[in-house]
Design a protein around this ligand. Structure first.
Ligand code: ATP
Ligand code: MG
Length: 420
């Protein structure tokens, strides 16, 4: 128990964290190119924020949240998604008073959902998310889809399919909901228990139920796009024009409605085919009324969330090799009497910007070389009696085995040349 992480969580170990850092660097660059700046919000918020923001008929709020009372008897919830916290921060700091749009992203934000752990599904996962507040044009939706698409394909994810849909707005969706309810009423017996409840309170949810029997029912269901009002239809047409203009292959998918209540107009998912079926790696959409619903002014917004664990799984599946940085540039080996010289040398090499280290375990010189070899250090710098006496250090290229002895003061520069 003590040495076992809770179910559905995963460590990122020192040997693999470079993979995360690589992804994160690419994500930061992509975001910066489009004028998005990072936001960091707390890991927990008041439960009320998610109940109101995400919607209390969603799976997330009904079944998946990590909610607890703190010592002050407040109900607290660990973030089950990234958008609500970003909206809360946007409102709390009056960012809407600045010139809009306000573009922000969050990176490796931990997200908590009490789900059945399985491949690609964790109880704590991490998301890269982007949110754009104050832009109602479809170009804003398109730029996010494009950014996510280019980011993922640039990383090496192939087989990406961009699925888009429009789920309308409070003007047109109620009419669709009525039509959908009327259809579902005829098939209530064939729905799962959850969907029997969804049918009344939020029939749209039935469309993205993962149960096979519900999916079978909705094949024949009325299609939302047929019910869109003029404004929503035009928005959807313009979104597609943007994607076409950029040659982004996409498909309109009526079944994409997203698991959160706050969406309006555009919803989208980037899906890949894997050995174990389809995997959604990124999902998002427009949420034109969430800001207002959470007590702010009437400000439209659009965003997405992308799961980092899933991106990594996909890259592994595709055999993409993420460049692994060397642990060290140089490893300093020394004879026991000269430990202080070695220590001094290591610090000066580090000051010169090299990744350097030495033995801290009283190993023999021979064992130090063995260890240096194991770390993969391309160069060793040795201080024996002769070197200590003459203020020099013996550098060895661990691949070619070539050796050169130089004054300590020239060590850093020589090593740098050897590394070229
Ligand atoms: P799914 O349909 O797979 O349950 P979702 O619609 O609940 O996904 P979102 O809320 O849109 O997912 O979250 C955005 C992204 O976060 C997903 O596309 C996925 O990459 C990732 N994600 C969501 N839930 C998990 C999870 N439990 N474990 C790992 N990654 C997840
Ligand atoms: Mg889910």
């Amino acid at each position: 128990m003590l040495t076992q992480a809770p179910r559905g969580t995963r460590d990122v170990l020192p040997t693999e964290s470079y993979r995360w850092q690589y992804l994160e660097a690419r994500m930061r660059t992509a975001a910066a190119e489009a004028g998005f700046r990072e936001v960091r919000t707390p890991v927990f918020e008041h439960t009320e924020l998610f109940a109101r923001g995400v919607g209390d008929t969603t799976d997330i709020v009904q079944k998946e949240m990590y909610t607890f009372k703190d010592k002050g008897d407040r109900s607290i919830t660990l973030k089950p998604e990234g958008t609500a916290g970003a909206v809360r921060a946007f409102l709390e700091s009056n960012l809407y008073a600045e010139p809009l749009p306000c573009k922000m992203y969050y990176l490796s934000a931990p997200i908590f959902r009490y789900e059945a752990p399985q491949a690609g599904r964790l109880r704590e996962h991490h998301q890269f998310g982007m949110e754009c507040f104050g832009a109602k044009d479809a170009t804003a939706d398109a730029e996010l889809i494009l950014l996510a698409y280019r980011l993922l394909s640039g990383l090496g994810v192939s087989n990406l399919s961009v699925n888009i849909n429009s789920i309308g707005c409070p003007n047109c969706r109620p009419k669709y909901n009525d039509a959908l309810r009327a259809y579902l009423r005829e098939h209530l017996d064939d729905l799962c228990e959850d969907c029997k409840n969804r049918y009344e309170r939020n029939p749209l949810r039935v469309l993205d139920c993962k149960q096979a029997k519900c999916q079978a029912v909705v094949v024949q269901a009325p299609i939302l796009l047929d019910y869109l009002c003029d404004e929503c239809r035009e928005h959807f047409v313009e979104l597609q024009s943007c994607l076409q203009a950029m040659n982004i292959p996409y498909q309109v998918n009526h079944k994409i409605v997203r698991g959160l209540d706050y969406y309006t107009k555009t919803v989208f998912e980037l899906i890949t085919k894997t050995e174990n079926g389809n995997l959604t790696v990124c999902g998002g959409g427009r949420y034109d009324h969430l800001v207002e619903q959470l007590g702010g002014p009437d400000i439209p917004a659009v965003g997405f969330g992308m799961g980092l664990e899933r991106v990594l799984v996909l890259l592994d599946g595709e055999g993409v090799v993420i460049p692994k940085p060397e642990l060290y540039d140089v490893f300093v080996t020394y004879m026991g009497e000269h430990r202080l010289d070695a220590f001094r040398l290591v610090q000066s090499l580090r000051e010169a910007g090299l990744k350097a280290d030495m033995d801290h375990c009283s190993r023999s010189l021979k064992a130090q070389f063995k260890y240096a070899n194991k770390t993969g250090s391309p160069v060793t710098a040795t201080i024996g009696d002769e070197e200590a006496a003459s203020g020099t250090v013996k550098l060895r290229n661990m691949t070619s085995r070539e050796e050169v002895t130089v004054p300590v003061a020239e060590a850093a520069e020589t090593i740098r040349n050897m590394l070229k």
